[in-house]
Design a protein around this ligand. Structure first.
Ligand code: FAD
Length: 341
């Protein structure tokens, strides 16, 4: 019988990240398929709040806590995960593909004589257990099985329903960790402000800005600065994540009008990112195939474009508004402002 361990952690704002809760959801599903036991490991400064969130999971809870584990650092995080894995003696270990755990998991797997697979999107509990992931920029989908144990599976965010059981009192077993000599001191965390940080993987909505925002408009003028204001206001009010077409992010290097808060990290598409958000809204974007392939995992798709023959109208979006995005988004911002009160 397989025993399953899910590794989790929090961040500055949440006791457990959404991706951690998704991994818990996947672990519970797998344990019920296999009839196996489920253990959840928590790493963080304080782990009580996280444990309370997991009370209804019915899993055995192990925690490594203390100041040394407050922030990401290879040596302490690897030691914490290793200690939890040894305490749990699990054959299959699920973990979120977060920056914090992705950095250490290959090392932890190696220390324990195990194997690791990353960017897993599906875990199926059959005989044998199978993990699915994409290769070659989402063109090839592979189903992997392995007999080696422990088998570490890093789950991509947005691929599983997050665990949402009622919070309550939970019994947690503390796990002691013998830390090696620390060469890295974490002196603090600098994070961009919410309105500067535009890539938000956990947002419900992906808002894509296309090159049209910086092109000449009906009055013959470019309104790039107004476009920037409208987009930033929408992001601030909605909490959406900002994606971009390649044309728009490339323009900076070509000496054309730019939106200063966009970088190539925002680019969605064949040579950009393939984000996972439940909904997407494209604006001033033509919806060409190299861009739209990056929307593979976006659930509901809408677009605002002046061109009634753009790619979105050709079956790539569920709803297309043939309209001026400046006017539409100004109206949307006014409605959001009114809703905020
Ligand atoms: C090998 C290769 C890889 C590529 N990889 C990518 C990739 O990863 N991602 C990507 O995005 N592209 C990629 N491309 C480029 C892609 O083919 C397109 O050129 C690009 O997506 C076009 O960007 P756009 O739609 O923003 O710009 P445009 O094609 O210039 O379209 C702008 C649109 O805005 C509309 N518009 C203008 N003003 C308004 C307004 N006021 N209201 C509403 N609509 C308005 C116009 O009607 C037009 O449809 C790649 C191309 C190649 C060859």
């Amino acid at each position: 019988m397989e025993s399953i361990l899910v590794l989790t952690h929090g961040n500055e704002t949440a006791a457990l990240t959404r991706a951690s809760l998704e991994a818990v959801g996947a672990g519970m599903e797998l344990a019920s398929w296999l009839g196996g036991s489920l253990t959840i490991g928590i790493v963080g400064r304080e782990t009580e709040a996280a444990a309370e969130m997991l009370a209804a999971s019915g899993a055995r809870l192990l925690a490594v806590s203390g100041e040394a584990f407050a922030q990401a650092r290879y040596a302490s995080d690897a030691a914490a995960c290793q200690a939890i894995c040894i305490a749990a003696q699990a054959g299959i270990v699920l973990a979120p593909q977060s920056a914090r755990l992705a950095r250490v998991m290959a090392g932890v797997a190696h220390r324990l004589g195990g194997v690791v697979d990353t960017h897993v999107s599906v875990v199926e509990g059959g005989e044998p257990v199978a993990a699915t992931r994409w290769f070659y920029r989402q063109r090839v989908e592979a189903v992997l099985t392995r007999s080696a144990r422990p088998w570490f599976l890093m789950l991509d965010a947005g691929t599983h329903a997050p665990f949402a059981g009622a919070a309550g009192a939970a019994a947690v077993e503390p796990v002691a960790v013998e830390l090696p000599q620390m060469r890295t001191m974490v002196t603090g965390l600098w994070a961009p402000q919410q309105d500067v940080q535009t890539i938000r993987p956990e947002a419900k909505l992906l808002f894509v800005a296309g090159a049209g925002w910086t092109k000449k408009q009906a009055d013959g003028e470019v309104h790039a600065s107004e476009a920037g204001d409208v987009i930033r206001e929408f992001l601030r009010r909605s909490g959406a994540s900002l994606g971009s077409s390649k044309s728009l992010v490339d323009q900076g290097g070509e000496g054309q009008p730019v939106l200063p808060f966009l970088t190539h990290l925002n680019q969605v598409g064949q040579t950009g990112a393939t984000p996972r958000h439940p909904k997407g809204l494209a604006t001033c974007c033509h919806g060409e195939e190299p861009h739209v392939v990056g929307w593979r995992f976006i659930g509901e798709r809408r677009a605002v474009s002046l061109d009634p023959n753009c790619g979105w109208t050709r079956g790539k979006a569920d709803v297309v508004y043939v309209a001026d995005a400046f006017a539409v988004m100004a109206k949307v911002n006014a409605l959001l402002a009114a809703k905020e009160g």
